[in-house]
Design a protein around this ligand. Structure first.
Ligand code: NAD
Length: 476
């Protein structure tokens, strides 16, 4: 029983009421814990603590804040194995991926610790003799953050580190589906010496919690990672209070393979990106646009690779793809496959649930998929790849850009001119050519169009958490 999962004012507390939600192991379907859920009274207590925490933390020097963050990073590294096991059990991903995620969390904290020391202002030469004109960057205030279940630690750590490095306090609602690793992450910050109220953790019914927190005058900024429809709703609520928002929403990444590409390398990377985390990745490619000359070579390599993927419990040795996190996504996958086939696509491999315990779905490849099939328009967020032959790069780029999404895009080519077209013409917040180069702490992560706004990571990472204040001063 996770009966004290709320971090409020530096203490792990039980909620005021007695609501709870079952936490499942998606590899078996069994309920492995009950997570206690908060009430409005708990949220009010968290808001009050965040306001007080902000007053303390904004006055803490950047150097002191960085020291605490570095200590938290060291604790996360020490505890990475435990955090990875917890995450694998509740979210389903293979343990090797979970270890990578936990260690990457330490890197994100370290990056933000140092960026916080470089949150510089500016001096503007004055028009008047003796005047000093200064631009100050100040923390925006208490933040409310909502993070999803696909990368339980990674999604949370990006928001928490950016807020803390900027001098903001933060109340986060991590995913109820995979709470334990998130609680472990918050403990690392707390054990590193974070003052009470600077970091709050709450779990509860998503809409209820977000409405309550966003409407509160205490909260000055929100940050959300999740689906486009929910992002639009939360963005509108933030706008009603003229509050800042960062939105990391869904994607539908194109993966273009030019006829001059290294096809073998394109197949290998495509398989890794598509089936990592069972395809539950906002930057995962789904629409594979392959130039006709290399379509058959790509298709046969990709299908053979998808068939060879070892699917199973993420905690078992050698497993390359775990279950989906939610039972309800099994039906969604089956619907995408049936719809594509009914529109004339060929089912190259996979296409159905594996067994009847746990939420396993076969690594699936659909060939010659027409553009009006649902999978070409709606994000599948699962292990489904749609292969489409195209006659040239113009067609590939035109089709890539036709959706309202614009998160990630991938291209493979040996031509510098084509690579240049990918980098300038693809409408995506992140473009990766001939390799996977996204999501490191030092690089900005974020989307265009309906995929959202704002960057997490890179030197842009603190922008959304800092305000600009201009001070003009003359000595008397
Ligand atoms: P969903 O739209 O029900 O929920 C998406 C996320 O938003 C979940 O973490 C959920 O807890 C949260 N959420 C839902 N309603 C909310 C509210 N009113 N206030 C605050 N948070 C709220 O979808 P789902 O079935 O959980 O996930 C599938 C879809 O979500 C995918 O199609 C994908 O687009 C999106 N998703 C995106 C990411 C990402 O990394 N950008 C991560 C997870 C899910």
């Amino acid at each position: 029983m996770l009966d004290k999962p709320l971090l409020i004012n530096g203490e792990w507390r039980a909620p005021a009421g007695n609501r709870s939600a079952g936490v499942h192991n998606p590899a078996t379907g069994e309920v492995i814990a009950q997570l206690a859920l908060c009430e409005h009274a708990d949220l009010d207590a968290a808001l009050e603590a965040a306001q007080q925490g902000f007053e303390t933390w904004r006055r803490t020097t950047a150097l002191e804040r960085a020291k605490i963050l570095h200590k938290a990073a060291a604790l996360v590294r020490e505890r990475a194995e435990t955090m990875a096991q917890l995450m694998s059990r509740e979210q389903g991903k293979p343990i090797a991926e979970a270890r990578g995620e936990a260690n990457a969390a330490a890197e994100h904290i370290e990056w933000h610790a140092e960026e916080g020391r470089r949150a510089y202002g500016r001096i503007i030469p004055a028009r008047v003799p003796g005047a000093r004109q200064v631009v100050l960057r100040e923390p925006v205030g208490p933040v409310a953050a909502f993070t999803p279940w696909n990368f339980p630690i990674n999604q949370l750590v990006r928001k928490v580190s950016a807020a803390l490095a900027s001098g903001c306090s933060i109340i986060a609602k991590p995913p109820e589906e995979a709470p334990s690793a998130c609680i472990a992450l918050a403990r690392a910050f707390q054990d590193a010496g974070l003052p009470p109220g600077v970091l709050g953790i709450v779990f509860g019914p998503a809409a209820e919690v977000s409405e309550h927190l966003i409407a509160s005058p205490v909260v000055r900024k929100i940050s959300f990672t999740g689906s486009v429809p929910v992002g639009k709703k939360l963005g509108a609520m933030a706008a009603a209070g003229v509050k800042r928002a960062t939105m990391e929403l869904g994607g539908h990444a194109p993966y273009i393979v030019a006829k001059d590409a290294d096809v073998e390398a394109a197949v290998k990377l495509g398989l890794m990106l598509k089936y990592r985390n069972a395809g539950q990745v906002c930057a995962a490619p789904t629409r594979f646009y392959i130039e006709e000359d290399v379509y058959d070579a790509f298709r046969s390599g990709f299908v053979a690779g998808a068939r060879a993927i070892k699917v199973g419990d993420g905690l078992s040795d050698g497993v390359q793809m775990g279950p989906l996190t939610h039972a309800r996504r099994l039906d969604a996958m089956a619907r995408f496959v049936d719809d594509a086939v009914s529109h004339g696509a060929r089912l190259e491999c996979g296409g159905k649930r594996i067994g009847n315990s746990g939420y396993f779905f076969e690594p699936t490849v659909l060939g010659d998929v027409p553009e009006d099939a649902a999978i070409m328009n709606d994000e599948p967020f699962g292990p489904l790849a749609a292969l489409v032959p195209v006659s040239d790069i113009d067609e590939a780029i035109r089709r890539s850009n036709r959706l309202p999404f614009g998160l990630a895009a991938f291209g493979f080519t040996r031509s510098l001119a084509t690579a240049d077209r990918f980098s300038t013409e693809l409408e995506a917040g992140m473009v990766s050519i001939n390799h996977f180069g996204l999501a490191a702490a030092e690089t900005p992560f974020g989307g265009l169009k309906e995929s959202g706004y704002g960057s997490e990571g890179g030197s842009e990472t603190l922008d959304a958490y800092l305000t600009t204040k201009f001070v003009s001063h003359i000595g008397l």
